[in-house]
Design a binder for this molecule. Structure first.
Ligand code: MF3
Ligand code: CO
Ligand code: CO
Length: 269
């Protein structure tokens, strides 16, 4: 069985950064996060079932808001640091933090990220998926697929006692190999007891560096991958939405994960 004090000492002696005690969740906390994650996945399933060309991103907000409440949860984005809606909807060159809008209509060929976070019984689950509407270009389909594959590759390769920057190394290497670029400015995060906890999860970096990953850590991996260059800017009109600087398409997938003694387990997808 994993013993925090013993392992923290062992890795500190090797000069390796160690997670704080608060980053290691108790069994009870993990069960709570698992339940919040399960509800959150059900909300995304509801979006998957109903998303259509001709619908507005505000309609997606309504679906997410109502389904979350129906399941006994609270949509975490609503009023979070002033965010005005219950979900993030990021279309085409929007990288993340898109704000649902009744005037933004989904059209044939669009790609959209829907990012849901649910608070349930005080715990958080956070996940996002891509949806492709109608006839999406082959290149856009590849972008969406490669982004998800880069995330799934982490699940295969990252184990307890892997290093934090191994995650980003895997993601960026895989995406670059396919001719895409990875956004650096926004990352994954610890999650579960709060919406955004430490550590920051980089989607790029040098393998074998950074904090050691211990069993009991709960965090997201949520790569944002661009068809063109990696650079982004923030929408000055709302101070939230991030876009690709070059106007190229961007994709993102996100899971809430728990590090078990055997590897990463998905708590929300
Ligand atoms: N769900 C996003 C994440 O993955 C955060 C959105 S913050 C919000 O971390 F306020 F825009 F909702
Ligand atoms: Co997140
Ligand atoms: Co999210």
């Amino acid at each position: 069985m994993f013993n925090y004090e013993e392992m923290a000492l062992k890795y500190k002696k090797m000069g390796i950064e160690v997670p704080t005690k608060e980053m290691i969740k108790t069994k009870e906390q993990i069960e709570g996060i698992r339940e919040a994650g399960r509800i959150n996945s059900l909300v995304l399933d509801e979006v998957a079932k109903n998303i259509r060309i001709g619908m507005s991103t505000e309609d997606i907000n309504t679906i997410v808001h109502n389904k979350t409440i129906e399941l006994g949860g609270i949509p975490a984005p609503l009023n979070y640091e002033g965010f005005p809606k219950s979900v993030c909807t990021s279309v085409n060159d929007a990288v993340c933090h898109g704000i649902p809008d009744k005037h933004q209509i989904l059209k044939d060929g669009d790609i959209i990220n829907v990012d849901c976070t649910t608070i349930y019984n005080g715990y958080y689950g956070d996940a996002s998926r891509m949806f492709m509407l109608g006839n999406v270009s082959k290149q856009a389909q590849d972008l969406v697929r490669v982004t998800k594959e880069s995330l799934d590759k982490c699940l295969e390769e990252i184990k307890p006692y892997s290093r934090l920057r191994d995650i980003g190394y895997i993601i960026e290497k895989y995406c670059k190999m396919h001719g895409f670029s990875v956004v650096h400015e926004i990352g994954g995060h610890g999650v579960g007891v709060d919406f955004h906890e430490d550590p920051f999860i980089y989607h790029f970096g040098k393998k074998g560096t950074g904090m050691v990953l211990f069993p009991g850590m709960t965090f997201t991996i949520e790569p944002m991958v661009n068809m063109g260059r990696r650079f982004v800017f923030i929408d000055a009109s709302n101070d939230w939405t991030i876009y690709t600087e070059d106007g190229s398409l961007s994709a993102q997938w996100e899971y809430t994960l728990v590090m078990t003694e055997n590897g990463l387990e998905i708590l929300s997808y």
